[in-house]
Write a protein that binds this ligand. Structure first.
Ligand code: SF4
Length: 330
């Protein structure tokens, strides 16, 4: 809950602020002494803490940490904590598994077990904040919704989670430091992002409908309809759209594909940025693009006037990179 919502429940914003101050100090607000006794009794009477536990943790050579989070119903998710360039980013999950069945993603093999609550989403960020402090990582600055699950398939909980994360009396994370990554499920769901003040990334991967249907087989809408919905969001908010391209050797990484993408993105004008990421190892039948192909692909987009960067994979040694999360802690 946001501080305002909690204040309503506890009968006063002062009590709600006490709860968040205790949480930010690392104290358990349900324990005697953390709050005034009147506030604590109200809290204990009306709320219960999110019950989840930190499970197995694996650290990659680059310092990226993958952590298993065991949920109270016996399910488990994974989150990734990434220290880099003086700041730490947490990649959070929004669902246990995912129903989108992307052919290059290990999470897809799990299928969808259930969606996370807003509390379980916020819990991962709070856990990452504490872990980064304990492990002497740089301060936690960024949150990316790029872990297990498709955020637009759990939009209400994601929106509530964002409201809590951004609450200035709580974790106070600036909206521009939060990125929601989506395959873009339907034009209606995409349009609903106009009210969410975070950065949005579209996991597009190809501008070809037939190929996209193979990469994201559950997709029911033509790319042009999804694109037009993103264009309206970007224009409505005067914001940037980040386009994510996982480049797969021999599948979507040739010059013609880059040209097709360049044509496809024209309606965004200056409001688009393209991130290239050679596919991370995961599903045996698909391989990452070779550096020469990635370089030529990028050059094509730059010559067409796009801002296009090559993202460095993080957490490969711990199976903590994009598309590698299966909720198994391995
Ligand atoms: S890439 Fe994202 S949307 Fe696709 S199956 Fe994996 S978690 Fe789901």
């Amino acid at each position: 809950m946001t501080v305002a919502e909690l204040g309503e429940m506890l009968g006063g914003s002062g009590r709600a602020k006490q709860v968040w101050r205790a949480l930010l100090r690392g104290d358990d607000p349900f324990a005697p002494g953390a709050l005034s006794e009147r506030a604590r009794l109200k809290l204990v009477g009306r709320c219960r803490p999110t019950s989840a536990a930190l499970g197995k943790q694996t650290v990659a050579d680059d310092g990226t940490l993958k952590a298993l989070v065991e949920l109270e119903d016996g399910n488990a998710i994974e989150m990734v904590v990434i220290p880099k360039n003086g700041r730490t980013t947490v990649c959070v999950s929004t669902q246990v598994g995912c129903k989108r069945a992307c052919s290059f993603c290990v999470t897809a093999l799990v299928g969808l077990r259930r969606s996370l609550s807003a509390a379980e989403i916020v819990f991962q960020v709070e856990l990452a904040r504490r872990m980064s402090q304990e492990r002497k990582m740089p301060p936690l600055r960024n949150v990316v919704f790029m872990g297990m699950g498709e955020p637009l398939d759990n939009l209400d909980a994601v929106k509530q989670g964002v409201a809590v994360l951004c609450d200035q009396n709580g974790l106070s994370i600036p909206p521009r430091h939060i990125t929601l990554s989506t395959v873009g499920t339907t034009p209606t769901k995409i349009w609903s992002l106009k009210d969410l003040p975070v950065s949005v990334a579209w996991s597009l991967h190809t501008a070809d409908d037939e190929l996209r249907h193979k990469l994201v087989p559950t997709m029911r809408h033509a790319l042009i309809d999804l694109r037009d919905a993103f264009v309206r969001v970007v224009q409505n908010r005067n914001a940037l759209l980040f386009v994510e391209m996982a480049l797969i050797a021999g599948i979507n990484d040739d010059i013609q594909s880059a040209e097709k993408l360049a044509d496809f993105l024209v309606p965004f004008g200056d409001n688009v940025r393209i991130n290239l990421l050679p596919l991370n190892p995961g599903r045996g039948d698909l391989a990452p693009s070779q550096p020469e192909s990635v370089g030529a692909y990028r050059q094509t987009l730059i010559e067409r006037g796009y801002f296009c960067i090559l993202r460095q994979p993080r957490g490969l040694g711990a199976n903590a990179a994009c598309g590698q999360l299966a909720g198994l802690g391995t």
